[in-house]
Design a protein around this ligand. Structure first.
Ligand code: GLU
Length: 433
């Protein structure tokens, strides 16, 4: 039976590295009809930080990779908070003292490191790894305050929770020989280890919370879709057998194998993440996008309007946080810079004014204000002005929005409505002297 876990320490924000480990463990459990567990390694803390725990739950829920067993959703191998298992670690340490593999000194309990042993394991990602015990020293398993050390609690938990595979970051490779010495002292067989490459910033240093945006809350507020973030994280540690760039977590969970996990991660490339996110936004259902944006990114804009804007702007969004900026001109009459209007064509201000007046006249006669009619009128205007489509439509676009990059012109006009469109065209014509 495959049983895997993530074991984050709840210290403040929910970290993108936790999502990365969660994704790989969740996918591996799913692939093997196993169980995915969330355990909280909270013994090193002065006090239990409840908000930090909440942040982990809500991040996993947002990502839709929820554990089968966790402190809130119990299982027969719980409790899943280390702070609730202190007696268990003390009992295990006492047993080792009785068997002679550990001893007390200065109020702490130490595990003896036997000389001339090679601690070796077949890492499912990296192959054979070994450490010579002569390089290692006796180590504390229970501190003088009776709290276990990380390496000891981690081993006891993995045994009690019947963890079959420990899938975690490569920064824990150096802990593994100490943990193996604990398995040996306890007379137990260790799980399979698989060490994933850590997430690295552009300078190849490990992502750091002091330097890089790592909080999952930040990713959410920035407007990354969970599907895009998961896809990106999967690519950090794994490559698709068909070299696909875009795939959902469910597909990853069908295809994952530990052998395909990379030994080094590409750097955390925000340009790539933005691109990927843009693809997911483009392909996402309009109604779902409307719901998310209304709730989280533009609660002050009436939802009905959000729903109208989305099909017009979704192609261009890379992050949902860009939504408001991309529709602001719909809601507020833009200020038109005269130079922006006159720089779009070779024509003189009076010729531009003339074209705008012809445009106003033609559109004043529009009866249905449907996209097809607006477009037909646009083509009629090309004929009577003799301007190229680029010249005329860019001039109208700037007149209506104050920008050169907007949604498709006629769809934009349809959403603006007749009165507003005519009024803006008149205002723009009035500014040209
Ligand atoms: N608390 C450790 C961490 O957050 C867990 C390491 C492990 O998975 O064994 O990195």
């Amino acid at each position: 039976m495959v049983r895997v876990r993530i074991a984050p320490s709840p210290t403040g924000l929910a970290h993108v590295g936790t999502a990365y480990m969660a994704l790989f463990n969740w996918a591996f459990a799913k692939k093997n009809q196993g169980v995915f567990i969330l355990r909280l390694e909270d013994t090193d803390q002065k006090r239990h930080v409840l908000e930090a725990e909440e942040a982990i739950y809500s991040a996993l829920k947002w990502l839709n990779i929820t554990p089968d067993e966790s402190p809130v959703k119990g299982g027969s191998f719980g409790p899943y908070r280390q702070s609730e298992r202190l007696l268990r670690y003390q009992e295990a340490a006492d047993k080792l003292v009785k068997s002679g593999t550990a001893y007390s000194k200065d109020g702490a309990i130490w595990l003896k490191m036997l000389p001339n042993i090679v601690f070796k394991w077949e890492d499912a990602v990296r192959g054979k790894i070994s450490f010579d015990s002569n390089q290692l020293k006796d180590w504390v398993i229970l501190k003088s305050d009776s709290n276990p050390t990380y390496n000891f609690a981690n081993v006891i938990d993995d045994l009690d929770m019947k963890i079959s595979h420990v899938i975690r970051g490569e920064e824990h490779i150096s802990n593994t020989p100490l943990q193996l010495s604990a398995y040996q002292a306890l007379g137990q067989k260790p799980p399979v280890f698989a060490h994933l490459p850590v997430l690295r910033a552009a300078d190849h240093k490990k992502l750091s919370k002091r330097r890089d945006p790592v909080s999952l809350q930040w990713f959410r507020e920035e407007g990354y879709l969970p599907e895009a973030l998961l896809n990106f994280l999967a690519l950090q540690g794994w490559s698709h057998p068909e070299e696909k760039d875009i795939f959902l977590a469910d597909e990853f969970a069908k295809l994952i194998s530990l052998e395909r996990i990379k030994t080094s991660a590409p750097v955390f490339d925000f340009k790539k993440l933005d691109w990927l996110n843009g693809q997911y936004i483009k392909n996402k259902d309009n109604q779902e996008l409307t719901d998310i944006i209304s709730q989280e990114f533009a609660p002050e804009i009436p939802k009905e309007l959000v729903g109208k804007f989305i099909p017009l702007v979704k192609e261009r969004l890379r992050k949902l946080s860009e939504f408001k900026g991309s529709v602001d001109f719909f809601l507020k009459t833009p200020e038109i810079k005269l130079s922006l209007l006159t720089n779009q064509t070779k024509y003189s201000p009076s010729e531009i004014k003339q074209a705008l007046i012809q445009t106003i006249k033609a559109y004043e006669n529009s009866s249905t204000w449907a996209v097809a009619e607006l477009e037909a009128t646009g083509h009629y205007l090309l004929e009577i002005t003799g301007w190229t489509p680029r010249e005329l439509f860019m001039t109208i676009r700037v007149a209506l929005s104050g920008k050169t990059a907007t949604p498709p012109l006629f769809e934009m006009m349809a959403v603006l409505g007749k009165d507003e469109t005519i009024e803006r065209l008149k205002l723009a014509a009035g500014t040209v002297k």
